[in-house]
Design a protein around this ligand. Structure first.
Ligand SMILES: NC(=O)c1ccc[n+]([C@@H]2O[C@H](COP(=O)([O-])OP(=O)(O)OC[C@H]3O[C@@H](n4cnc5c(N)ncnc54)[C@H](OP(=O)(O)O)[C@@H]3O)[C@@H](O)[C@H]2O)c1
Length: 306
């Protein structure tokens, strides 16, 4: 544990630190600096906060619903007002849904939670991050229509038409027959496109992506039926360490933390669950597509007054 006072310790912002990958990443990062815990549930944030402080670490909870643009803007202002020596950001919060819902702005909740909110938070915080700081997006191989395990699971890759269409919950035809899969895969394709576009546009910071591996025991598909959730938690999760493309929150947290803390790494790299560079979908690798996603996302977000 670092001996510096809380005001001097580097501070790392992590969204979604109350469950799954984000929780384990928060505990891991707390060994290296202050953790700014960004989550929607004050009670759960307090629990994580207490766990970190009991272990001798330091954390600051900030309530934020990343699906809601107003909440994201408030949280970004609150974080910068803390005047901590910010050193990095992990955009981890995310959801999958089998029944589509709308957020406070009337946008598809999955697209707003997984892409629009993290995008807005990142753009609001970027000016406050020092040169060389790492920004990590927790992405997913579900975005790639050619990734075998995702295809076997029923995904058909990102189905992006435009940011506005995604916000309306409309996806390119020929997608998945599973409800919610196109929304999830498209939001994750937009994460990856954003990382690559930001990496090119802002070389003073490092933007990298991590595909944390399939981890069936997390809360990601919490609206799935109870049988599936029990199967995931008690039957499939224990198998995760032994299966290719699968991982555990504890193992992937180390990968995410290493990318976040790396002071000499590259930018625009997509890492797999074992820290190896991997390729995203053909579309997500296309700079024209990446720039279109960024421009259309900015245009959509600018329609909501501050
Ligand atoms: N599990 C997998 O197999 C898998 C595979 C590839 C990628 N991923 C990605 O990994 C990331 C973490 O997922 P996970 O599997 O660890 O799921 P998880 O256990 O459900 O954790 C998700 C975290 O995000 C938070 N969150 C959700 N909606 C939010 C909102 N509107 N505002 C603020 N926080 C919100 C949750 O908070 P609450 O506790 O309050 O709900 C929780 O802390 C996601 O980006 C996901 O897409 C997961």
């Amino acid at each position: 544990m670092t001996k510096a006072s809380p005001r001097e310790r580097k501070a790392y912002i992590i969204t979604g630190p109350t469950s799954g990958f984000g929780y384990r990443t928060a505990l891991e990062v707390a060994k290296h600096g202050t953790v700014v815990l960004v989550g929607r549930d004050r009670g759960k944030l307090e629990e994580v906060h207490k766990t970190i402080e009991r272990g001798g670490g330091h954390a600051v909870p900030v309530v934020c619903d990343v699906s809601d643009l107003a909440s994201v803007r408030r949280a970004a202002a609150e974080i910068t007002a803390l005047r901590l020596p910010l050193a990095g950001l992990v955009n981890n919060a995310g959801i999958g849904q089998t029944r589509a819902t709308k957020n406070a702005q009337g946008w598809d909740t999955v697209f707003a939670t997984n892409h629009l909110g993290p995008f807005a938070l990142t753009e609001a915080l970027m000016p406050h991050l020092p040169d060389g700081a790492n920004v990590v997006f927790v992405c997913s191989g579900a975005e790639d229509p050619e990734r075998r395990p995702a295809v076997i699971a029923g995904f058909r890759g990102g189905r992006y038409i435009s940011a506005e269409a995604s916000a309306r919950g409309e996806w390119k035809s020929g997608g998945s027959t599973h409800p919610g899969f196109d929304s999830y895969a498209t939001s994750k394709q937009c994460n990856l496109a954003t990382v690559m576009a930001f990496a090119r546009a802002t070389p003073r910071l490092r933007f990298n992506a991590v595909e944390p591996g399939f981890s069936p025991g997390t809360g990601l598909s919490r609206d799935a039926n109870v049988l599936l959730r029990l199967l995931g938690k008690y039957v499939l999760a224990p198998l995760a360490p032994f299966i290719r493309y699968w991982s555990t929150p504890a193992r992937s947290a180390k990968v995410i933390t290493n990318v976040l803390l790396n002071e000499s790494g590259g930018t625009g790299v997509y890492y797999d669950e074992r820290s190896r560079p991997m390729l995203g979908s053909t579309l997500a690798r296309d700079p024209e597509f990446q720039d279109r996603v960024v421009a259309e996302t900015r245009a959509l977000l600018s329609t909501v007054s501050a």
